[in-house]
Design a protein around this ligand. Structure first.
Ligand code: PMP
Length: 358
């Protein structure tokens, strides 16, 4: 094998926003069982580091196209982080002020990233959960005449996954097998948008939906009440706090409801948070693929699917974001700052620059 050569993307970009999407589907080579082929769609390649760049861009551009967002108008949204980071990137590039409301329980990296990208972050008490940060965003929008991004209700969410995420999958697997597509949900935009296209164009592909085992909202069968705008009017009784940030808020969003009503999944497989963490670590340490907890959880379910999948099956798992925004979370628990015993022994094994225990 000669030296790796590259030749550029064959184009120049007029803005960072043109670099959103077209993420790679990457084969797993070491940790997947041999009777199947597993790919991951690695959304960390988006410029803001997550799948939510797609939705952020479309929420703003659809509102611009339809005159719902005025030049210089402040944008406000409740977000567990990735939508906020995506919106902050888009608003910075286009010159809109952004205010994000976020429960204090989400990782500190997320707050700092948004502030670094120029947004204001208003924290809400963790006891009030997702519904609390959401109500705060609504209140601020109404009180100030701001543009509420409404990721949980807007059609601009699933539409962009239909127009980009799904098209990329169609193109990358054209003429090839694709037996299973695995995804969790936050707003449900990914599964609704990709589901529309798979059902229409690849009906043989089984869609596997997943959610945290201790917050199995869809599995409970109970649908929370909503107002005329589709916004939840109560927290969901099956919700419990879970470590899979970005997944399953404490209500079933309207955007996800389309996927439930439309039968856009063949199987619902819950996953315990610790399994997500374990598989995220294995993806990093054994495949070099650095994704967050939701990516690990989606991959955990892909591995479960693989156990019973027929020989030769092809599985695609969504990896929604990069692991870098989880340094302060349980994902990194036990990752030492100082030298481990093994590292100290290495340090002591040659004479130069030895360090005592740190
Ligand atoms: N994983 C992470 C880390 C996320 O931030 C999100 C979006 N909140 C998702 C998964 C789920 O994506 P979607 O909103 O399209 O269902």
């Amino acid at each position: 094998m000669g030296i790796r050569q590259t030749k550029g993307r064959g184009r120049r970009y007029d803005s960072v926003l043109e670099a959103v999407g077209d993420t790679p589907a990457i084969r797993i080579n070491r940790i997947a069982p041999g009777h199947v082929t597993v790919y991951v769609k690695f959304e960390a390649f988006n410029p803001g580091g997550s799948v939510k760049d797609r939705l952020a861009l479309n929420i703003i551009e659809a509102a611009e196209r339809e005159g719902r967002l005025k030049p210089g108008q402040t944008v406000v949204e409740a977000t567990s982080g990735n939508t906020g980071i995506g919106l902050a990137m888009v608003c910075a590039a286009k010159g809109y002020p952004l205010v994000v409301t976020m429960a204090e329980s989400f990782s500190v990296e997320r707050r700092k990233l948004m502030r670094f990208l120029g947004a204001k972050v208003v924290l809400t008490p963790k006891e009030l959960k997702g519904y609390g940060m959401y109500t705060k965003a609504k209140e601020l929008a109404e009180a100030n005449g701001w543009f509420l991004a409404s990721q949980f209700e807007t059609k601009d969410n699933a539409d962009i996954h239909e127009a980009t995420t799904a098209r990329e999958i169609m193109a990358d697997f054209e003429g090839e097998r694709l037996d299973y597509f695995v995804s969790g949900y936050g707003t449900g935009g990914t599964v609704a948008g990709v589901g529309r296209v798979l059902r229409r164009e690849r009906p043989e592909t089984k869609i596997i939906l997943t959610e945290p085992a201790n917050a199995a909202l869809v599995g409970s069968g109970y649908v929370n009440t909503r107002n005329a705008e589709g916004q939840p009017t109560e927290g969901h009784p099956a919700f419990n706090p879970h470590p899979i940030q970005g997944w399953t808020p404490d209500f079933i969003p309207l955007v996800l409801q389309e996927a439930l009503d439309g039968g856009y999944y063949d199987e619902l497989l819950p996953v315990p948070g610790p399994e997500g963490i374990a598989w995220s670590r294995r993806l990093a340490a054994e495949e070099g693929i650095f994704t967050g907890i939701s990516g690990g959880a989606t991959f955990a379910v892909a591995m479960k699917v693989a156990e019973t999948a027929p020989q030769g099956s092809v599985i695609l798992a969504m990896l929604p974001d990069t692991g870098e925004r989880y340094l302060s979370t349980p994902l990194f628990e036990g990752i030492a700052e100082g030298m481990t015993e093994e590292e100290q022994a290495l340090s002591a094994s040659t004479p130069y620059g030895q360090m005592a225990a740190v």
